[in-house]
Design a protein around this ligand. Structure first.
Ligand code: PXL
Length: 276
């Protein structure tokens, strides 16, 4: 038997199951990657309370990481919601202290429901300590703007400039995701030399909760399997587009993407890849 590749997600638990650790583990499973988790916080957003982020202790975070590494080990590390300065520092220490693995940093800041997922004083350590360790960072448009000190990112041209400037922070690749803009869903990848656009048709739905987590978990998965970054992004964009297409809701709240859609429906999207 070929052993599966292994990935640890260091992220928040999203009670609704659409995002965070839950989205990551579902995505890893769909793509036949053995998933492990280090829970940084428990996010239980309820409309009637804003006390919804329950941070875990640094000791608990360290212990989870040590257990996963000792019991199974990892080919890739992925970060999602880290929330505080202290947790970002700890995640950076754990990543820097492990052998070279694939590192995917999703700089999670604000959820679809406008839940706050990063403390105000934490952006600087995110920028300086964690981003430079990444093979790829995957900001959406508001996150790219925030990482660039609030600069406007409103068009695909702005996204291209943002990708080039964010590369200066030290990651190998920058993927700026345009899902929150209007028109076709265009993402821009920069490797320090070449800009590449990935385009999928826009799916008309509100049910996209956790799409960013799902996308970056898919990229992590494909990277553990040895795909090039370009192929990993193309395959992952197809995966997340199909998941969005079959997103659903049972309530009056924004619903999840359907992580199993590509497997269950047997449908993949053709992603237009264009060097810019
Ligand atoms: O989708 C971003 C996100 C990431 N991580 C956690 C979340 C959310 C959105 O709600 O709850 C834990």
């Amino acid at each position: 038997m070929n052993l599966p590749s292994r990935a640890i997600t260091i992220a928040g638990s999203a009670a609704g199951g659409s995002a965070g650790i839950q989205a990551d583990l579902k995505t890893f499973q769909e793509l036949d990657v053995y998933g492990m988790s280090v829970v940084t916080a428990i996010v239980a957003r309820h409309p009637e309370t804003d006390k919804n982020v329950h941070l875990q202790t640094i000791e608990a975070i360290e212990a989870q990481f040590a257990t996963a590494m000792k019991q199974v080990g990892a080919d890739a590390l992925k970060t999602g919601m880290l929330f505080s300065k202290e947790i970002i520092e700890k995640a950076a220490d754990l990543i820097a202290g492990s052998d070279k693995k694939t590192v995917v940093v999703d700089p999670v800041m604000v959820g679809k429901l406008d839940s706050k997922l990063l403390a105000d004083d934490a952006i600087d350590v995110l920028r300086k300590r964690l981003v430079p360790l990444a093979d790829v960072i995957t900001p959406n448009v508001p996150e790219a703007s925030y990482l660039l000190n609030g600069r406007d990112v409103k068009t695909v041209e702005d996204m291209k400039k943002a990708a080039v400037d964010l590369h200066e922070l030290g990651p190998q690749y920058v993927l700026v995701k345009g899902g929150r803009l209007k028109g076709e869903a265009v993402d821009v990848l920069y490797d320090g030399e070449t800009l590449t656009a990935f385009e999928a048709p826009r799916v008309d739905t509100e049910n996209t909760s956790g799409a960013g987590c799902t996308y970056s978990a898919a990229i992590t998965s494909y990277m553990t399997k040895g795909y090039s970054m370009l192929e990993a992004v193309r395959l992952s964009k197809s995966f997340v587009t199909t998941a969005i297409e079959y997103g659903f809701t049972y309530t009056d709240m924004v619903g999840p993407t359907y992580h199993a859609a590509e497997r269950m429906k047997g449908e993949a999207h053709k992603i237009k890849v264009e060097k810019l």
